[in-house]
Design a protein around this ligand. Structure first.
Ligand code: NAD
Length: 271
């Protein structure tokens, strides 16, 4: 497993496991499979409604807590200083943990205009050691600039939608300017891009699947990546990406597939 170093000195696995759209009962078995495969970083959120099942799998795994990297996120209707503190306590309790490794604001929700106050609550949680790192998700250049200008702790990363059809060059540069890592959500484009002839051809060239080629592209770009699957063979396949390397030319071939193909909501209007 490769690790990346965050701007607060902590390290995290560059490849993790996401559990979006996994029902709570299933999260327990799916996260167990992921941990058995070797994943140590798990990405959940209050809104996924599976923090309990995820927490049970973590507790039952026997993996020492210090080897795990657990991320959860604050949902839009919990924005605001007091609400954020309460929401964090509730997430921690559902997870059955006494700290998380990373707590994220899920969306900036600019219409609410509460993300600066919300961040101040995250800074407090961080100073209390209950989140080892704090970060953001779906922040745009504008919302990130304002957050950094008006608060004390710089987020460690920005988790954004990023896959070959939406390569987010400008946003990756904006994150880097502030010293944040970029974490890619829907890194496989929710599986919809994997039939692309360019990706299947690259898979054949390297003796790998299109999914593995895409994950390798992320890793070589420096993205933190959190693919999701509920299928054990795919959970293992997505982890088996450390024994080959895309050439510079093939990195460009994947990069050239960008077409502004957003799958999820627009961060300027969401929330
Ligand atoms: P993804 O890009 O990881 O795609 C997952 C889907 O791709 C699977 O459901 C399956 O259909 C397919 N797939 C997975 N592995 C495959 C393989 N090896 N071969 C063929 N098909 C395969 O999409 P995602 O779940 O939306 O994103 C990953 C994680 O990112 C989520 O679980 C969640 O943790 C996070 N996320 C965050 C946000 C956010 O707003 N911060 C939004 C969406 C997702």
């Amino acid at each position: 497993m490769q690790h990346v170093t965050l701007n607060n000195g902590l390290t995290m696995p560059q490849l993790g496991f996401g559990v979006f759209q996994v029902p709570d009962e299933e999260a327990r078995s799916v996260v167990t499979t992921a941990l058995e495969t070797g994943y140590r970083s798990i990405d959940t959120a209050r809104i996924y409604d599976n923090e309990k099942g995820t927490g049970l799998a973590l507790a039952e795994s026997g993996v020492p807590r210090e080897e795990l990297f657990v991320t959860t996120k604050l949902w839009n209707d919990d924005q605001g200083y007091d609400q954020a503190l309460k929401a964090f306590d509730a997430s921690l309790e559902r997870l059955g943990l006494d700290y998380v490794d990373l707590y994220l604001i899920h969306w900036p929700a600019p219409k609410q205009d509460a993300y600066v106050d919300t961040w101040k609550a995250l800074e407090r949680i961080h100073s209390e050691g209950r989140a080892k790192a704090i970060g953001v998700s779906n922040f745009t250049a504008r919302t990130l600039d304002r957050l950094v200008a008006e608060t004390d702790v710089v987020p460690v990363l920005n988790q954004i939608e990023l896959h070959p059809y939406l390569s987010q060059e400008a946003m990756r540069a904006a994150n880097a300017r502030h010293g944040l890592l970029t974490e890619a959500w829907s890194p496989l484009g929710q599986g919809k891009e994997l039939e692309d002839p360019e990706l299947t051809a690259l898979g054949e060239k390297y003796g790998k699947s299109a999914a593995q080629v895409v994950l390798r592209w992320h890793l070589q770009l420096g993205n933190v990546v959190i693919p999701k699957s509920v299928t054990p063979s795919r959970i293992r396949e997505n982890f088996d990406v450390f024994d080959f390397e895309l050439s510079a030319e093939d990195m460009d071939r994947v990069g050239s597939l960008d077409r502004g193909g957003r799958i999820g909501p627009d961060p300027d209007t969401m929330g």
